[in-house]
Design a protein around this ligand. Structure first.
Ligand SMILES: Cc1cc2nc3c(=O)[nH]c(=O)nc-3n(C[C@H](O)[C@H](O)[C@H](O)COP(=O)(O)O)c2cc1C
Ligand SMILES: CCCCCCC(=O)C(=O)O
Length: 389
């Protein structure tokens, strides 16, 4: 039996044999519906939908359906091991908890619950710049766990430097620079409600805990939340960002840098030239450019174009163990999970997040085994065929 941290990967299968019934559904595809029953409308409206009419968000999920697994037989898979190492970070499985902002909308414990769940399962937690808890609070919750920091590059240099220094001091090892959200996308569900969490002082904990940011305020954020929201709106949009600025960041971060949000082969090649260590092939879960290509559709081309020169990570549309298998087989070194763990968070805080992760990993483990694979290295393109949609 494969071991996953302190837990068996197939813990639910084993638990069921022992007569235990999980608290929540193990059908991750229906988690969104369950979470919708407990989330307040604003939170639901922010988390679940995507940009525009949702074409890209649907395409992300549908893209997985065109690939089918061709299981192989009589390959000893009695001992399976999902563990891996990505950019020097040991991981119990090739799965990270992707950067998701304002997790306090889903549950009051927000990022603290997620950081604890990640540590409990030996997975890497990625802390968002837009978190509801600060860099230091999340690091404390994550304890001895592995953590990376996601940067939304503010237009204020000193603030950017302060974020980097704080992340470094708090034990975040890799910097994930998100490039696809220099401007917030067109999100009708939020616009129709007139709701943006950040302006209501939600999801700016990294800023309001920062001395450089606080020096920009006329009054302390607690006394004037609207003023803090406006100050945030003044430093966030960064549409002037360009490749020429990357050396500035490179000089200020001595660990690995990963560029998140790449979808074009030429941008991936440019990333190699820029001296970063990795990319996340992602369209931000369809939350930015509606009509953008499905993330999975561009993964093989990017993986081929960068070869061994960059670590290739993937997100957008991952909803099941077989999805993880397919992304890895198509060239990803690891996968970032987005919305599904937020649904677990909404349903049950840390326990809910752990439930989602255990289900996903158990399904991955069982799918790999039944397809004749024992380790992530066995997940190669030949394991898949493309079927018409
Ligand atoms: C509510 C929400 C907030 C997000 N916040 C961030 C963020 O702060 N930084 C970031 O790089 N990506 C953010 N993302 C994008 C995720 O990191 C990831 O790219 C996306 O969720 C993947 O798509 P999926 O959820 O459909 O799998 C957010 C996504 C959601 C759903
Ligand atoms: C104006 C702030 C935008 C932060 C975006 C957080 C995020 O990545 C997302 O909602 O998606």
């Amino acid at each position: 039996m494969t071991h996953f941290g302190d837990h068996q990967v197939s813990i639910y299968a084993a638990g069921m044999l022992a007569g235990q019934i999980p608290a929540w559904t193990t059908d991750l595809a229906s988690l969104e519906r369950h979470a919708a029953e407990v989330l307040p409308p604003e939170a639901l409206g922010y988390i679940v939908p995507s940009a525009g009419g949702g074409l890209t968000a649907r395409a992300n999920v549908a893209a997985f359906e065109q690939w089918r697994i061709v299981p192989r037989m009589l390959r000893d898979h009695a001992t399976r091991d999902l563990s891996t190492e990505v950019l020097g970070t040991p991981m119990a499985a090739p799965l990270l908890l992707g950067p998701v902002g304002v997790q306090t909308l889903a549950h009051p414990d927000g990022e603290l619950a997620t950081a604890r769940a990640a540590a409990a399962l030996g997975l890497t937690y990625v802390h968002s710049t837009q978190a509801g808890h600060s860099i230091e609070q999340a690091a404390a919750a994550n304890g001895d766990g592995q953590r990376w920091f996601q940067l939304y590059w503010p237009t204020h240099d000193e603030l950017c430097e302060s974020f980097l220094a704080r992340a470094r001091a708090a034990g975040y090892t890799t910097l994930v620079l998100t490039l696809d959200t220099t401007l917030l996308g067109w999100r009708p569900r939020d616009l129709d409600r007139g709701y943006l969490p950040f302006l209501a002082n939600e999801g700016i904990a990294n800023y309001t805990s920062d001395p450089v940011f606080n020096a920009l305020l006329d009054k302390p954020a607690e006394e004037d939340p609207a003023g803090a929201g406006l100050a945030f709106a003044g430093v966030f949009p960064n549409p002037g960002l360009s490749w020429e600025q990357l050396p500035w960041l490179r000089e200020r971060w001595d660990g690995p840098i990963v560029l998140k949000g790449l979808q074009h082969v030429d941008d991936a090649r440019r990333a190699v030239d820029a001296g970063v260590q990795g990319v996340v092939v992602s369209n931000h879960g369809g939350r930015q450019v509606d009509g953008a290509v499905a993330s999975l559709d561009v993964l093989p081309g990017i993986a081929e174009a960068v070869g061994d020169e960059l670590t290739v990570l993937f997100d957008s549309g991952v909803r099941s163990g077989p999805d993880v298998l397919k992304a890895l087989a198509l060239g990803a070194d690891a996968v970032l999970l987005g919305r599904p763990y937020l649904y677990g968070l909404a349903l049950g805080g840390q326990e809910g997040v752990e439930h989602v992760l255990r289900c996903l990993l158990a399904e991955l483990d069982l799918t790999m085994g039944n397809a004749g694979c024992s380790t992530p290295a066995d997940l190669v393109p030949e394991l898949l065929v493309r079927s018409p949609r």
